[in-house]
Design a protein around this ligand. Structure first.
Ligand code: SAH
Length: 213
């Protein structure tokens, strides 16, 4: 599989569509224009890669819809060298968007098959997260905390306490909360003890699974 001018053209169009849907951050739009999303998907779905849709990847999981990726990323307000924790590596597409914004990325995936596949893919593509971990995202990575921001890319029944605890003061957590449908929730840590919460519309994600499942 390779990246061609035709793909670049389709990505530019996709970025335009995301702009009409309300994405404003130029760096986020630029990441969408740059990253070859079709290479993150099984080749049978390649033709769909630049539609604004979620698609199946291995292990019954999905690559998030480009709008959702852009929306969540914009909410993180990433600055270069920010330490960002991602829960749900999946295809690695969101990881690549974060890396494109020059974040230091720590990412966790709980499906072994996907973890292995995506780790190999990262190497092949030269994407370098600081850490890609096979494990349970509910726990975060305490030894690497605090993070400037945390993004959860699976639907969480509730906000994991460990993730709140691993957020810097001033840091941002973007997490879809709910069961059948999720409310995109932005938490900003105001102080050691205070957290601000904003709810920003409904989305549909695969579930964030606990280890016991
Ligand atoms: N960012 C990914 C989204 C993949 S879907 C992408 O754009 O491709 C969500 C992912 O979260 C799935 O890969 C799923 O296996 C993973 N996941 C679910 N529960 C998890 C948990 N407790 N810890 C870490 N990852 C989890």
């Amino acid at each position: 599989m390779k990246d061609t001018l035709k793909h670049v053209g389709m990505r530019n169009k996709l970025a335009e569509i995301l702009k009409t849907k309300g994405i404003e951050n130029e760096q986020v739009l630029n990441a969408i224009k740059t990253i070859p999303r079709h290479l993150f998907m099984d080749s049978s779905f390649e033709g769909h890669a630049y539609q604004d849709k979620a698609f199946p990847i291995s292990a019954n999981q999905t690559i998030s819809q480009p709008y959702t990726v852009a929306f969540q990323t914009e909410l993180l307000e990433i600055q270069p060298n920010h330490k960002v924790l991602e829960i749900g590596t999946g295809s690695g597409y969101q990881t690549a968007v974060l890396l494109n914004l020059n974040a230091k990325v720590y990412t966790i995936e709980r499906q072994l098959e996907l973890y292995k596949k995506t780790s190999i893919f990262f190497k092949k593509m030269g994407y370098r997260p600081k850490k890609a971990i096979f494990g349970d995202g509910y726990k975060g990575i305490p030894e690497e905390a605090p993070f400037d921001s945390i993004i959860v890319t699976a639907g969480a029944p509730e906000i994991p306490r460990a993730l709140l605890a691993q957020l810097k003061v001033g840091g941002r957590l973007v997490i879809p909360v709910g069961h059948e449908e999720q409310i995109m929730t932005l938490i900003v840590r105001k102080s050691q003890k205070e957290f601000d919460k904003k709810e920003l519309g409904s989305f549909k994600f695969v579930p964030l699974l606990a280890d016991k499942n």
